[in-house]
Design a protein around this ligand. Structure first.
Ligand code: GCO
Ligand code: MN
Ligand code: MN
Length: 390
């Protein structure tokens, strides 16, 4: 049965193969669900309404598989994609699971491990290119430390830069038409991870060599931002304003806990609403990617309910965002917040003349401070809109 919350292809919802394949293994317990074949996984995601899927190299081709097995899997994946009408949107390299990466990949103190990490990443990029991926995500889960004495923080960033520049050049050299999206996270699995937030990554990108810089951006994840106690709307806003939002991982999270990867929309409805509103009002043309995990209590078929729920909640919030934009009272309150004056506005652009004119201008700060902003009313209206009584 289809309704207003039925996904369409041009909504561009995607999900990671690792999400639905997550068997429930964690520090305190073993798997609770049987393994999910990656090809069945691709088909399943298409059936619940995904336009695309995202994957780590090892999600699709088992670590260390010979070339013949890799090629056979790629053939089967392509056939499933054709049958089901689903694309591969993003590829990423698993540089965190194998023991070789126990103390980092691109920032390892061991040059042999840094070299091996680049080799594995290039192969992952080739695999994604073959399947049509447009984005290469770099999540440096192991790029960090517990023992502060073990790594020089400046040297680690230099090594990170060398690795990102290498892979950026590799993508350009091969004309893969892919962009790199770096994903920040403050901690977990490492005690501290380098490039902990969107701001860290934007600062890092500004230091990259000019050839690769244009194709490197950020992949913020709601959960990681909330783990750090930050405001995700502001993180996304700054990345968008910088023209560097190349991908984003949608999910939910209670602040300051371990990475929960909960169903999109299941925590902090207000912030989630403003994330959707921001994306929709900037005509976000990337994918709407979910990076979530089933509950450990979910049975095998319920992993599909997780994806259905994420999609449906997004579409419900999108409908609420339209309502917000069409709500006369809310819009009137918002409009009243903006005070404009063409002549004064022009003075705010730097010039020595403007500086002189501004210094001489008379202001009445007490009068300016008296303006009523009506924030109680505005925030209450947002609450009522979200609670469905408006
Ligand atoms: C996490 C990360 C990962 C990455 C994924 C892509 O759960 O901490 O978000 O899910 O997004 O590994 O590289
Ligand atoms: Mn993620
Ligand atoms: Mn996460």
């Amino acid at each position: 049965m289809s309704d207003a919350y039925t996904p369409r292809r041009d909504d561009r919802f995607t999900c990671g193969l690792w999400c639905t394949a997550y068997g429930g293994r964690e520090v305190f317990g073993r798997e609770v669900r049987p393994a999910l074949d990656p090809i069945e996984n691709i088909r399943g995601l298409a059936k619940v309404g995904c336009y695309g899927f995202n994957f780590h190299d090892d999600d699709l081709v088992p670590f260390g598989a010979p070339l013949s097995e890799r090629d056979e899997i790629v053939k089967r994946a392509k056939a499933a994609m054709r049958d089901e009408g689903i694309v591969n949107a993003m590829v990423t390299c698993n540089m965190f699971e194998h023991p070789v990466f126990k103390d980092g990949a691109l920032t390892s103190n061991d040059v042999r491990i840094r070299a091996y990490a680049l080799q594995k990443a290039m192969r992952a990029i080739d695999l994604g290119a073959e399947l049509g991926a447009k984005v290469y995500v770099m999540w440096g889960g192991r790029e960090g430390l517990e023992v502060e004495a073990s790594k020089d923080p400046r040297e680690s960033i230099k090594r990170y830069r060398e690795g990102v520049e290498f892979l950026g050049h590799y993508i350009l050299e091969n004309n893969y038409g892919m962009r790199v999206a770096m994903e920040p996270k403050p901690n977990e699995p490492r005690g501290d991870i380098f490039l902990a937030s969107v701001g860290h990554i934007l600062g890092f990108i500004a230091t990259l060599d000019r050839t690769v810089q244009p194709i490197v951006g950020v992949n913020p994840e709601i959960q990681h931002s909330r783990m750090a106690g930050l405001n995700t709307v502001h993180e996304l806003g700054q990345a968008l304003e910088a023209g560097k939002l190349f991908h984003l991982d949608l999910g939910a999270q209670k602040p300051t806990r371990y990475d929960q990867d909960l169903r999109f929309g299941s925590e902090d409805m207000k912030e989630t609403f403003f994330i959707v509103h921001l994306l929709e009002s900037t005509w976000w043309d990337g994918t709407r990617a979910f990076d979530v995990k089933p509950y450990r209590q979910d049975s095998a078929d319920e992993v599909w309910d997780l994806v259905r729920g994420c999609i449906r909640s997004y579409l419900i919030l999108r409908e609420r965002a339209k309502r917000f934009d069409a709500d006369a009272e809310i819009q009137q309150l918002l409009q009243a917040l903006q005070v404009t004056d063409g002549e004064l506005g022009a003075l705010l652009k730097w010039s020595p003349q403007n500086a002189k004119a501004l210094k001489e201008r008379r202001f009445d700060p007490d009068d300016l401070a008296r303006r009523r902003l009506n924030y109680q009313r505005l925030d209450q209206l947002v609450f009522e809109l979200l609670a469905g009584v408006r």
